[in-house]
Design a protein around this ligand. Structure first.
Ligand code: ASP
Length: 323
């Protein structure tokens, strides 16, 4: 069953957040900074990063951009923020380098795009968007995806430029532990970023981006670039972005499972709780999810100690964050 979080710090009380999430009418944006936020970490950068991302997304919507443009804008802010496990600051593989996955989906057209195992892109969400807009494909991986990104004019950067001193130090710790206890003992540490957006006309979209689980095997791909697991959006259902143990999220197609519940009448908030319950009960997984419904109601839930997240609606001066 869904477990109550063991730690909570927020701009609003949980009851105030519930009221804000349950309101109807877009535009609105929800973001997450991953379900792996450490309980002992200073929450300040997570508050600031998720607020900035949600606000960037809402600016796009208020400026007439689409829900997909808004989700992408929010994702870029979090990819560029070294505190989050995506883009710059991503977790390292057991080889000590970075492999990134990202995906996005537009709920109006069901257009979707994703990249997996890319090593040289500062913003893999931009490459996912190009796959979505410019190709007949949904998912591209590895060197082929990188070549496509290059052809699309997306700037490449060296893998080493994505690695922060903090992630290098964590890799060193995990590497030493892996040598003592085996690599599988250290591979479950989490982190990802995601955004969902709804405009004023009931169009929804989602974007998700990650460095994956820490110390993952090179070539390992989790839920993040998989449509239906890490990301899903359909104006007839809802938009969702997942975070948590990818191997478990994949088994229950968590993002789609949540969206289907909204289609069938659940509020996004209860659909989020149900999806995380499914993750726990059927796949023994830990993680979280954010949801935006076409009527503007929003939801989030998680069963890890912390999930950094923020929400903003039209009419609010600033996003409200919690961790
Ligand atoms: N879902 C991501 C993965 O398994 C990691 C995370 O969200 O923490 O790659």
């Amino acid at each position: 069953m869904f477990r109550a979080p063991m730690a909570y710090a927020g701009d609003l009380s949980q009851a105030e957040f519930d009221e804000l999430l349950d309101r109807r009418g877009g535009p609105a944006v929800v973001v997450h900074g991953g379900a792996g936020t450490r309980v002992d970490a200073d929450p300040t950068p997570y508050f600031e990063g998720t607020r900035r991302a949600a606000e960037a997304g809402l600016r796009v919507l208020l400026g007439g951009g689409s829900a997909l443009d808004a989700a992408q804008a929010a994702a870029i802010v979090l990819e560029d923020d070294p505190h989050f496990n995506a883009g710059t600051g991503a977790a390292l593989t057991s080889n000590g380098d970075v492999e990134l996955d990202a995906s996005c989906m537009d709920g109006t057209t069901l257009r979707a795009g994703a990249v997996a195992c890319v090593k040289n892109l500062k913003n893999p969400i931009l490459a996912a968007r190009r796959v979505c807009d410019d190709t007949p494909h949904v998912l591209m991986c590895g060197p082929g995806a990188e070549a496509f990104a290059r052809e699309s004019g997306i700037a490449e950067i060296p893998n080493s430029a994505l690695i922060t001193p903090r992630q290098r130090a964590r890799w060193q710790e995990l590497h030493e532990q892996a040598q003592r206890e085996g690599a599988d003992s250290v591979r479950r540490k989490l982190g990802t970023i995601g955004a969902v957006a709804v405009d004023g006309r009931g169009h929804v979209a989602a974007a998700t981006s990650t460095g994956g689980t820490m110390y993952k095997r090179p070539g390992r791909v989790g839920d993040t670039p998989i449509i239906g697991a890490g990301t899903y959006a359909d104006d007839h259902e809802a938009a969702a972005s997942s975070t948590g143990l990818g191997e478990a999220i994949l088994k229950v197609s968590m993002a789609r499972a949540a969206c289907v519940r909204v289609r069938d009448g659940a509020s996004p908030r209860s659909a989020a709780v149900a999806a995380v319950g499914l993750l726990r009960e059927r796949a023994q997984g830990e993680g979280g999810i954010i949801i935006a419904g076409p009527d503007g109601r929003l939801g989030w839930a998680y069963n890890t100690p912390r999930m950094s997240r923020a929400v903003i609606r039209a009419g609010m001066n600033s996003a409200k964050a919690a961790v």
